[in-house]
Write a new protein. Sequence first.
Length: 94
Amino acid sequence: MPSLSDLNSLLRLKRRILEYIAVVRSPKTPVHVKGLAVAAGIYLLMPVDLIPDMIPILGLTDDAALIGLLLSYLNRFITDEIKQDVAQKDTKKH
């Protein structure tokens, strides 16, 4: 059975994902940020990679690096307003 800390970690992860979605949907987020998020999503879904996924270990590093860089960049645009809005909506669902 999952521990309480495991469940709290999952809830924090869920809330963080919702914050990233809210950043991309926000009218206050610059267009270039939204474009980068869409372009990264398309790249991750495309079957062609810079480093083919079939190469052990190295195959997924370009995808992991892209995800890490994108999320790090999106963190700059998560405002207190977005955090409060997501928390409020998430609380209503429970």
